[in-house]
Design a protein around this ligand. Structure first.
Ligand SMILES: CC(C)(COP(=O)(O)OP(=O)(O)OC[C@H]1O[C@@H](n2cnc3c(N)ncnc32)[C@H](O)[C@@H]1OP(=O)(O)O)[C@@H](O)C(=O)NCCC(=O)NCCS
Length: 179
């Protein structure tokens, strides 16, 4: 069951949100497919947020009724690759299975091509084992393009990834807000 868009908002994360972001950064179920290992110390998580989340060009807290419960990011590429950007997202596991990530991805997909007019393609590379994340992208209207073998290192081990994309000319891009 997907959420009412009005329940879900985005805002910049702040170091004063540490109690909220510890919920996902200390959660081993969340870290399984992420570049970081679950944090056991709040101080280390605060440092990570200060070093990687706050300076990021587009990384926002997903808030449910105003409370941060996860993150969603759009990472730009540069030069001849500047037509594309990579989508990433996570939620603390107590909020999984309620349609929140799908709603958040649809919200970003419906605005990012307007916010970044140079953007032609939003892509996501998902570990082949991460079936929940693949389903989110399918439900949000992304196209599954194929498998990229040994595409990235996850905790030091090469992983095959499924590559998904949404492009600015996809006919459904403009309709996300109305479905
Ligand atoms: C991936 C993630 C964001 C999904 O968030 P969510 O809010 O639970 O997603 P939604 O509820 O919108 O949709 C999840 C869908 O995946 C399905 N799903 C979940 N786990 C699954 C599994 N193991 N196998 C098959 N489908 C699965 C759910 O049933 C649901 O589909 P449905 O609506 O058709 O039933 C969340 O699990 C998460 O934060 N994971 C850790 C971080 C991560 O992996 N991020 C993505 C990196 S690419």
């Amino acid at each position: 069951m997907e959420n009412d868009y009005s329940d879900i908002t985005f805002r910049l994360l702040d170091l004063s949100d540490a109690d909220d972001f510890m919920e996902w950064y200390s959660d081993e179920k969340v870290s399984e497919f992420c570049s970081w290992d679950a944090f056991t110390s709040k101080q280390a998580a605060v440092q990570y947020v200060a070093d990687t989340v706050i300076p990021h060009p587009w990384d926002k807290a997903i808030c449910l009724k105003g409370k941060p419960i996860g993150l969603i990011s759009v990472t730009p590429f540069f030069g001849n690759d500047s037509c594309r950007a990579e989508l990433g997202y996570l939620l603390g596991s107590k909020n999984w299975g309620k349609g929140i990530a799908t709603t958040a991805v649809k919200m970003v997909a419906s605005t990012i091509f307007l916010e970044w007019p140079h953007l032609e393609r939003l892509e996501a590379a998902v570990a082949v084992e991460n079936l929940g994340s693949q389903r989110v992208l399918e439900k949000a209207g992304f196209t599954r393009e194929g498998i990229l073998r040994k595409y990235y290192l996850l905790k030091g081990k090469p992983k095959d990834a499924v590559i998904f994309s949404l492009v600015s000319t996809d006919p459904h891009v403009n309709y996300f807000m109305y479905d």
